[in-house]
Design a protein. Structure first.
Length: 189
């Protein structure tokens, strides 16, 4: 009988969360530096866990801010990109826009970079797209909601590395959260 998949979860803790990501108001520069610091902490967590990935895959555009720290940690890793439109409302579906994954990553292991995972729609869609290429996904996310662990497990994610797990409020926002990282990093809010 085949054993059930079990997601491994590593939560670093709030002490690793850059304070600039939890305070309001923030300048664009302070927010970007906070994402960079969070990326450094996340890359440390993944390396301490013994992970030596074949590649890094960025969920556009929120995951872009994590790419530089992970490239410093894993300079030989190939890089791929997945663009998914994922509305904030849980009932609206995510839509794959594009996927650019080097063939060298097929049958390998990657770290999937996504700064915030609220409902898990985009992250699960990315994991499933990687599974089609026989790629094992290990997620690195600054903050995740308290409701995504089972969804990521069902999607087949191997590991979730995060700095914090936040609660989702009645309006669908993570509390205390770090804001809409995809927009905030690029000056869209």
């Amino acid at each position: 009988m085949k054993s059930a998949h079990k997601l491994k979860v590593n939560i670093a803790g709030e002490e690793y969360m850059p304070s600039s990501l939890r305070t309001e108001p923030q300048t664009l520069q302070a927010y970007r530096l906070g994402v960079e610091e969070a990326g450094e902490a996340l890359s440390n967590i993944t390396s301490e866990d013994g992970l030596n990935p074949d590649g890094l895959v960025v969920v556009m555009r929120a995951g872009l801010g994590l790419l530089a720290p992970f490239m410093r940690r894993y300079p030989d890793a190939d890089v791929g990109f997945i663009d998914i439109d994922s509305p904030n409302e849980e009932e609206l579906p995510a839509t794959m826009q594009s996927i650019k994954i080097p063939e060298s990553l097929n049958d390998g292991e990657v770290i999937l970079l996504e700064s915030v995972i609220a409902y898990g729609k985009a992250a699960c869609m990315a994991v499933e797209a990687l599974k089609e290429r026989r790629i094992t996904a290990h997620i690195a996310s600054i903050v995740v909601s308290d409701c995504v662990e089972s969804r990521l497990n069902e999607a087949g994610c191997a590991t979730l590395n995060t700095l914090a797990v936040d609660e989702m409020d009645d309006n669908g926002w993570l509390q205390p959260g770090i804001g809409d990282a995809g927009d905030r990093q690029w000056g869209q809010l």
